[in-house]
Write a protein of this length. Structure first.
Length: 279
């Protein structure tokens, strides 16, 4: 545990280095770039839709793997939270309304208030989303609410607000794109970005966002624990590859002949070399 803490603090120290003041990227270009990335992701998810057999086979494997690893049952978490209807309704609203708007607001804030960190965050989100899309295509996965072996229900359908309807092969939303959970991945990016880019002693409270998000995606029946774990591992790999730009060392100004460099005290001649005045 101590070594893990040392590695974590070392990574944060590297990330918290003041980035190069390269200026804010053009707004129109950034809006177009982010829009293209998001649309590509949405269209890519739709391509993987309709893989019912593979999705349920993979769900059976993930469910069995989690039980072999002795992870707590997602069904037990849902049963516990269903004891308080106002709580599960609040969690449903959090799942349905916070994920995408929070990410947009985070990017906008980073662009205007922390432009030196913005490009780094944009690339982190891009690579994480791209890696998630590849897994969506390769590993279609039926979420717990659609996998009867879990015994879970879709809390959005029961208590509202409902996010998805009945899964159809030609639907716009791919309900089998559960591995990994970008709800968890993007929430972690927001928390890490704000921890790195701010100096408030309360900044660590941003970790509550991915924590609440993980509980929300599991208790509502939209994701397994493994979906969040895989998203976290993908993000860790992206953070190791994509680092914020560090400022280059300023060049020393040229020194004129006979001039004393700034900051250096004038050198005194040795005592024996000083000529004494004649009496």
């Amino acid at each position: 545990m101590r070594s893990a803490g040392v590695l974590w603090h070392g990574l944060l120290r590297r990330l918290r280095e003041q980035p190069s003041a390269s200026g804010r990227p053009p707004l129109v270009r950034e809006l177009l770039l982010v829009s293209v990335i998001y649309l590509t992701y949405k269209l890519g998810r739709r391509v993987a839709n309709g893989q019912f057999t593979d999705a349920y086979d993979n769900a059976d494997f993930i469910w069995g793997l989690e039980r072999a690893l002795r992870l707590p049952s997602e069904a037990d978490v849902q049963t516990l939270l269903l004891q308080a209807e106002p709580l599960i309704r609040a969690i449903n609203v959090y799942y349905a309304t916070v994920h995408f708007p929070a990410t947009v607001l985070f990017l906008a804030w980073m662009y205007w208030r922390r432009p030196g960190y913005y490009v780094w965050i944009r690339w982190v989100l891009t690579w994480l989303t791209g890696a998630a899309l590849i897994l969506h295509l390769l590993v279609p996965l039926a979420p717990p609410r659609l996998f009867r072996a879990t015994g879970m229900v879709d809390t959005g359908v029961v208590y509202g607000p409902a996010v998805y309807g009945k899964p159809e092969p030609d639907s716009m939303a791919n309900q089998f794109a559960a591995m990994p959970s970008l709800h968890v991945g993007w929430a972690l990016v927001i928390a890490i970005g704000l921890i790195v880019a701010t100096r408030s002693r309360w900044r660590w409270l941003w970790l509550l966002h991915p924590g609440i998000t993980l509980v929300a995606v599991v208790s509502t029946g939209h994701h397994y624990w493994m979906d969040g774990i895989v998203a976290s591992l993908l993000l860790a790999g992206v953070l190791l590859m994509v680092r914020p730009a560090l400022p280059s060392a300023p060049e020393d100004p040229p020194v004129r002949a006979g001039a004393v460099p700034a900051g250096d005290p004038p050198r005194r001649a040795p005592a024996e070399a000083v000529r004494q005045p004649a009496p």
